[in-house]
Unconditional design. Structure first.
Length: 331
């Protein structure tokens, strides 16, 4: 059995039958049949058990920058760290990804979850995603539309049965520096370079979020719920300070962290799991936690938020058991 502690940012002591580092498409062609699980760096996953199969770790590197009219086309290997890519681009004065700075995880994992922060999502700049289909044993590619990007969602997340291993993504970034400054901590600031914006994002995240290298966690544990305007107005009458973010589709986004905090679940500890003191949306391993302690705390939070607001929180992290991905409701 292979230890997976270094491949899940919760730092849980779980194992897999086998683990293969994938450095190229050639490596993928040699992957044996049977149950496999594709991982970047495991920064958005919760293992509830030892995995009875082979874990494939994406370590495909490589970066190509092409000029294309007013844009740059960036081809980045799926195994690169997303933050490393952003650092590299910013050093070349290429902008467009700064708001995603310091998000843990790989380039290949980013489109699956359509990772987002500070008013931008990776899907907004994806030109195409290249993959290797482990069942059909051939390479393929999706354009942006085929990726079906949504809020922390994509075709890849909706169809885990397809077993598509993302080998490379191509991003289209405009040459002009157009900082996105709609979020608190950015509004009203003047950033002259992508580097300055990146530094500010990193500073904002450091203030609120635990460093997974020091405290095991998987970032936001739950998604921000979207409710009807009527429900949002009802909540506003009872909680005048509730943050409401109206969406283009007519729904209203609520901040899950705010709901968890108001439900009395910020900085609490259950066994060896807890919630982070400056962002209740982050569940942390306080040291030596087992998977069931993380799940028990998360279920407790769901109940408390439900009792207080009649809203059901859903996890953003993906959950894997002995035989693969499991649904939250089955736990
Ligand atoms: P925050 O500022 O405390 O805000 C709480 C929530 O309200 C955020 O989740 C955000 O939704 C929403 N929000 C805040 N300002 C908004 C605005 N101007 N317009 C629309 N929605 C707004 O959040 P935080 O914990 O410090 O996080 C800051 C950013 O980092 C957020 O975008 C968050 O999603 C992101 N983040 C991402 C991950 C990840 O795993 N992808 C982990 C941690 C934090 P959104 O989440 O929809 O932006």
């Amino acid at each position: 059995m292979q230890d997976l502690s270094a491949y899940n940012s919760f730092g849980l002591h779980v194992r897999a039958e086998d683990l293969i580092m994938i450095h190229s498409v050639e490596d993928l062609k040699k992957v044996p049949g049977g149950q496999v699980l594709i991982l970047g760096r495991g920064s958005d996953v919760l293992f509830t058990d030892d995995y009875q199969g082979t874990v494939l770790v994406n370590d495909i590197r490589g970066l190509q920058v092409e000029e294309c009219g007013d844009d740059y086309l960036i081809k980045a290997g799926g195994g690169l760290l997303l933050d490393g890519l952003i650092e590299d681009l910013v050093a070349r004065n290429i902008s467009g990804l700064e708001n995603l700075s310091a998000i843990p995880g790989t380039v290949g994992a980013a489109p699956i979850q359509n990772v987002g922060a500070y008013g931008m999502e990776i899907g907004q700049v994806v030109e195409s995603v290249t993959f290797y289909d482990l069942d059909r044993r051939c390479a393929g590619s999706f354009d942006k539309e085929q990726c079906e990007f949504g809020y922390r969602n994509s075709y890849f997340k909706k169809h885990p049965e397809r077993r598509l291993f993302i080998t490379e993504i191509t991003l289209r970034l405009t040459r002009e520096f157009k900082p996105k400054l709609s979020y608190h901590g950015l509004e009203g600031h003047i950033f002259e370079t992508p580097y300055q914006l990146r530094e500010q994002i990193i500073a904002l995240r450091r203030k609120k979020l635990p460093d997974p290298k020091k405290v095991g966690n998987a970032g936001s544990f739950f998604k921000n719920p979207q409710v009807s305007t009527e429900k949002a107005q009802d909540l506003k009458k009872i909680y005048p300070d509730i943050p409401l973010y109206p969406q283009a589709d007519g729904t209203v986004k609520l901040a899950a962290g705010w709901l968890i905090d108001k439900a009395g679940c910020r900085n609490i500890t259950h066994g060896r799991a807890g919630t982070w003191e400056s962002q209740a949306l982050v569940i942390v391993n306080r040291g030596g936690a087992c998977p069931h302690e993380i799940v028990a705390l998360a279920k407790y939070i769901v109940c408390e938020v439900m009792n207080r607001f009649s809203i059901i929180l859903e996890p953003e992290v993906r959950i894997y058991g002995a035989r693969g991905e499991v649904s939250w409701n089955s736990l």
